[in-house]
Design a binder for this molecule. Structure first.
Ligand code: NAD
Length: 438
């Protein structure tokens, strides 16, 4: 199959490279010429483990190419995937669909024959109808089918998620040609028994939001349990294990922390809330989740100040980790942004180290100082805060850290370190959901 990917970001580049690895002939298009130039010179525009080898290998084999010329990229394609961004719209939190609609129009205008347009971007219910309307309006002469195929990959594990998905959701309006094309595109995964779930197009669009909202709810639930644990002297990690071992609940997404962030959960929960309100079926659970999570991120700043004796003015706080999770350089809506803001508002000076996120972070938090590693970040600091659980932070020499600090205060927002070990190193410790060691 000849596949064109419009948008070569986290989703488009990984999906395009994986499709090429399945043996398809893939062209990835992006209007950002610096991104395309970087990829062509072997430089990945994002950090994703294994991506450079996957892209390099498939490009060398002639199955994967890149261009800024959308019209050229679309020519002769059996399926054109839209993988452009759908950020929150400024002001009201609805998904901004302008990139999707612009891409749909450009694709339709460039088509040289019947085609299947596949929306991979996360888009609200009904977007496929509008994409179809735009495409038909631009090219009434052509037979164009529009399919929804939401993406569920996670940054940091994107390649294995794409190649071994729990499920592939394909929403159509029943068009046989579109269904056949999608079956052919994903057939290489059948060896791994990937379940292809065909649904209506609107249903597929909603599945993506329902999945993300459910996971965000699970995280927020355990975060509120963590607060209760702190108030009553219980331990949230044991609560999570105690409920997670029940198969009906499951142990994943039950790690209490500083609140969810990233490029998907915050914007997708908000967009689902808006969709519910627009259709007069408010989704109150998700409305509450959004509110609780927003407040939580800033509350983490206050928690750090409290661990420093209630006053951070003139003091230095060292943050380990800035990205919203490990193994990505993505800083979109990372909890660290609100934490840094709260600390700066409290008069603290912030020093930080992140293995991959510092380039993106320095534009978002210009007031902070970037360190070269965890130990230099901690040097002379009045508190050390574990924000993101990168592997590099999981086995630090705690004694060395404590000895180099002005005040040995550790705030472990990911509950990585056992309390006894931290205490033995001379630290005072604050964890999430664990009053006993405060
Ligand atoms: P991204 O910002 O990394 O990439 C989007 C790319 O599209 C950018 O490089 C941009 O230059 C390009 N683009 C925009 N308009 C274009 C056009 N008309 N022609 C060519 N290129 C164009 O975004 P992302 O993180 O890859 O997300 C893309 C979509 O996938 C979003 O809807 C997101 O919600 C969804 N999604 C993301 C993830 C994730 O983990 N990042 C996971 C699942 C779904």
């Amino acid at each position: 199959m000849k596949i064109t990917m419009i948008g070569t970001g986290y989703v488009g580049l990984v999906s395009g490279a994986c499709f090429a690895d399945f043996g398809h002939d893939v062209v990835c298009v992006d209007k950002d010429s610096s991104k395309i130039a970087a990829i062509e010179s072997g430089q990945m525009p994002i950090y994703e483990p294994g991506l450079d080898q996957l892209v390099g290998g498939n490009a060398a084999a002639g199955r994967l190419s890149f261009t800024t010329d959308l019209a050229a990229g679309v020519k002769g394609a059996d399926a054109i995937f839209i993988a452009v961004g759908t950020p929150s719209r400024r002001g009201d939190g609805h998904a901004d669909l302008s990139y999707v609609y612009a891409a749909a129009r450009e694709i339709a205008e460039a088509l040289d024959g019947p085609a299947v347009i596949v929306t991979k971007s996360t888009v609200p219910v009904g977007t496929g109808d509008e994409v179809e309307r735009i495409a038909r309006e631009a090219r009434p002469d052509l037979d164009i089918a529009v399919v929804s195929n939401p993406e569920f990959l996670r940054e940091g594990a994107a390649i294995s998620d794409f190649k071994r998905p729990d499920r592939i959701v394909v929403g159509t309006t029943g068009d046989e040609r579109a269904i056949n094309a999608m079956q052919q595109i994903y057939r290489p995964l059948y060896l791994n028994q990937a379940p292809l779930l065909f649904t209506g197009r609107r249903t597929a669009e909603l599945i993506k939001y329902a999945a993300n909202a459910f996971l965000a709810t699970k995280i927020t639930f355990i975060n509120e349990m963590a607060d209760l644990c702190e108030a009553v002297g219980a331990e949230v990690q044991d609560v999570a294990r105690g409920i997670g071992l029940d198969n009906r609940i499951g142990s994943k997404f039950l790690h209490a922390g500083p609140g969810y962030g990233g490029s998907c959960f915050p914007k997708d929960t908000l967009a689902l809330v808006k969709t519910g309100q627009d259709h007069e079926t408010p989704i109150r659970i998700v409305e509450t989740v959004v509110q609780v999570n927003d407040l939580r991120k800033r509350a983490m700043g206050r928690k750090i100040v409290k661990a420093m004796g209630g006053d951070a003015r003139g003091k230095t706080v060292a943050l380990l980790g800035l990205t919203f999770k490990p193994n990505t350089d993505d800083m979109r809506d990372a909890p660290s942004i609100a934490i840094v803001q709260a600390l700066e508002d409290a008069g603290a000076k912030v020093v930080a180290y992140d293995p991959e996120g510092m380039a993106a972070a320095s534009a978002l938090m210009p007031g902070i100082t970037m360190a070269t590693d965890a130990y230099s970040a901690a040097q002379g600091a009045d508190a050390l805060v574990l924000v993101t659980e990168w592997n590099a932070f999981r086995a630090l020499d705690l004694k060395r850290l404590a000895a180099s600090m002005n005040a040995p205060v550790l705030v472990d927002l990911r509950n990585i370190y056992p309390a006894a070990e931290v205490r033995a190193a001379g630290f005072s410790l604050t964890r999430i959901g664990d009053k006993a060691v405060d």
